[in-house]
Design a protein around this ligand. Structure first.
Ligand code: SAM
Ligand code: SF4
Length: 450
């Protein structure tokens, strides 16, 4: 029986995308061929997300469609990987008859063995969580490109009351600094121009000797033309040491994703977020002093249990105080097994939706105003690709994570750093005129590039 071709679809966050590359690395080392064509595959994996209910519903829907492929190919193995595998193992076996294989985050090394079990007609199941697994010895399978992710912290110890992640990804653990720096070095040698260091709470990175600021410095030193980004930061663990390091190294990006979740101290306490709004705003103020031009994005949840109208307005108020450049905004979704699940989900759906709409509208207005204020300024953009809409234009990003569209110029290649002048802006996109290629990447907005 041919067991060679594996097709993987990935859902959810950047960490899942990075996990898929680790899984593909494991499969590649074991002689499997990776395919982008589901119809010709022998194994179909869905790498799943459980953070909100709608993410899981999408997977159930997708399984319905993929299950049909088994009618033509009864030997097809279908597997669920990641968060849903961990959270719903028994349900999946009982209710989703088409599923042959279920593998959680810490058992990916077993996938080749479990595929063999599935081919023999048994269910292949690996859902044990580990306190030590980091996959740091596995070379992720990456296509050539400019941007790569490296998971530097796995799991989460924060236990925010609404969140399934500590249950699906297990306890926090960090990869060794040497393995991360070596990986950054290899990516630089392959021509990558940007690396994003990932963790659910990346600021609590510790390999016993080095903290996250130490790790950033070590990565920044590998190649001054390789940008380093990181996500996600928890407000409790974001140190001034880290802010000074970002300010000092030109290739550490001037952008921090700092989820606030709510503008009310009472709600934050119920969420077990372990900081107050005063503390949060203090970080923003210090970061803006220490890192000129730094931008922020955030995550916000609307309609957490017992959230009052006044508390919702406090969230809008924090947004207007911070003036985020971007935000990921969600309606609260009760997740079984979490502490918040035991609280009554008492905010009616239409109230959650209305509050979310107000949050989204306000964010769009803020981002539009910020971006309008950038018209006439100059910045440095890493040219990442052709624009989705036209190959007459390039699309790139600033250190501050702003998307910039610029015309294709004869001497400019994808992967170049170019200086641009912004002439137009929407809430999501800046439009720039090409000024010159810069061979040394410099940090702050409006710097004059020699
Ligand atoms: N570790 C990150 C942090 O601390 O913010 C993010 C992890 S989570 C995968 C991404 C975002 O999903 C969270 O910041 C939160 O806003 C949102 N989220 C998590 N659980 C949720 C839930 N039960 N309902 C709605 N949104 C949720
Ligand atoms: Fe979930 Fe909170 Fe951990 Fe983020 S910090 S993954 S929201 S428990």
């Amino acid at each position: 029986m041919n067991k060679n071709k594996v097709y993987i679809e990935t859902y959810g966050c950047q960490m899942n995308l990075a996990d898929t590359e680790v899984i593909m690395g494991i499969l590649n080392n074991n002689g499997y061929e990776l395919t982008k064509e589901i119809e010709s595959s022998d194994v179909v994996f869905l790498n799943t997300c459980s953070v909100r209910d709608n993410a899981e519903q999408r997977i159930h829907g997708r399984l319905g469609t993929i299950g049909v492929l088994k009618q033509n190919n009864p030997n097809l193995v279908i597997g669920i990987l990641g968060c849903m595998a961990e959270r719903l193992r028994n349900d999946l076996i009982e209710k989703e008859k088409v599923v042959d294989l279920i593998v959680g985050h810490d058992e990916y090394r077993k996938i080749p063995e479990l595929i063999d079990i599935a081919f023999s007609g048994e269910k292949g199941i690996g859902v044990k969580l580990s306190r030590t697994e980091t996959y740091e010895d596995i070379e992720p399978y990456r296509e050539e490109g400019l941007s790569a992710w490296i998971s530097v912290v796995r799991g989460c110890d924060k236990f925010c009351t609404y969140c399934v992640v500590p249950f699906t990804r297990g306890r926090e653990r960090s990869s060794k600094i040497e393995s991360i720096v070596d990986e950054v070095q290899r990516l630089s040698e392959r021509g990558f121009r940007e690396v994003t260091l990932l963790g659910q709470n990346v600021n609590s990175y510790s390999d016993g000797e080095n903290d996250f600021a130490d790790l950033l410095v070590a990565c920044a030193k590998v190649d001054k033309n390789l940008r380093i980004r990181f996500t996600t930061s928890h407000p409790q663990d974001l140190s001034d040491k880290l802010l000074y390091v970002i300010a000092e190294y030109p290739n550490l990006c001037n952008y921090i994703h700092l989820p606030v979740q709510s503008g009310s101290d009472r709600v934050l306490e119920k969420m077990n977020r372990t900081y107050s709004i005063e503390h949060y705003l203090g970080i923003i103020e210090r970061a803006r002093k220490i890192i000129p031009g730094v931008t922020f994005s955030t995550d916000i949840i609307s309609g957490f249990p017992t959230e009052t109208e006044e508390e919702h307005k406090m969230t809008l108020d924090v947004m207007s105080k911070v003036r985020y450049d971007g935000a990921f905004m969600f309606k609260y979704s009760p997740r079984e097994g979490t502490r918040a699940y035991k609280m009554e989900d008492d905010i009616p759906e239409e109230v959650k939706s209305r509050r979310l709409t107000e949050i989204i509208d306000q964010q769009q207005k803020i981002a539009y105003k910020i971006n309008q204020g950038l018209i006439g300024t100059e910045d440095i953009v890493l040219v990442e690709n052709f624009s989705k809409k036209s190959n007459q234009f390039y699309s790139g990003r600033t250190s501050t994570n702003k998307i910039v569209i610029l015309p294709v110029a004869e001497n400019v290649q994808i992967g170049d750093y170019v200086k641009v002048k912004i002439y137009k802006a929407t809430s999501a996109t800046l439009f720039g005129e090409f000024l010159k290629i810069t061979d040394v990447y410099k940090k702050h907005k409006n710097v004059n590039v020699a």
